[in-house]
Each structure stands twice: as C-alpha cells, then as structure tokens.
Design a protein around this ligand. Structure first.
Ligand SMILES: C[C@H](O)[C@H](O)[C@H]1CNC2=NC(N)=NC(=O)C2=N1
Length: 103
C-alpha cells in the first residue's frame, strides 16, 4: 500500500477513532498535546519523538510549552494526511505509554 497516498475523509475518521487524543485540523493536520509532571519529562519525551521521527524519516511540528508538548503531523510532500502521519502518531503514543508505565 502506498503510505504516501492522501487519506480519504472516511479513512482519516477511521484511523483517528483508533488513536487517543489526536484531533484533525482543517483535514490537513492531526495534533495532540501531552502534559508531563515536569519540564524535564516533557523535554525527554521530545527527544524520544525526535529519535522516532529520524528513524521514520517523518517529522512532526513540535511545541514545548513548559510541561505541555504539542505535536502536529502532516505529510509535506503529499500536501496533507497520509498513513505516514497515522503511523507516526501511533509510535509517539507508544512512547507516551512507556513513560506512563514508568510512573
Ligand atoms: C528528504 C526527506 O525524505 C523528506 O524531506 C521527508 C523528511 N520528513 C518529512 N516529514 C513530514 N512530516 N513530511 C514529509 O513529507 C517529510 N519528508
């Protein structure tokens, strides 16, 4: 399957239903905010996200606002949302759960 192909609205709705806390923005991006107990954990999470992004060669927009990290995903070369964005969101959420396990 071509993971660079733009998702249809139905595909996007289906995929978002499988993800927790990710919201579509103008049908072109998906975004999620994660809140951590302290700034240091927020930064550690961003470093994990960076490692995943490099491995997948698919990079999110990242905002760190003290303990809140907001990630935004879109596939630049496709001009919208693809399976690459969904795959990335799942990978980041996996990292997040890992962090929660630690607490
Ligand atoms: C050359 C390199 O493969 C491309 O620029 C990659 C890098 N990371 C990327 N990240 C995202 N979100 N979309 C892209 O189209 C993309 N393309």
């Amino acid at each position: 399957m071509d993971r660079n192909r733009l998702l249809t609205e139905d595909e996007l709705a289906e995929q978002l239903a499988l993800l927790k806390g990710w919201k579509a923005e103008e049908g072109k991006r998906i975004a999620k905010s994660y809140v951590f107990p302290a700034f240091a954990e927020a930064v550690a999470f961003v470093n994990r996200v960076a490692g995943i992004a490099e491995t997948m060669n698919h990079h999110p927009f990242i905002a760190i606002d003290y303990r809140r990290v907001t990630l935004r995903l879109t596939t630049w070369h496709s001009g919208g949302l693809t399976h690459l964005d969904i795959d990335s969101a799942k990978a980041y959420d996996g990292e997040q759960n890992h962090l929660l396990d630690k607490e």
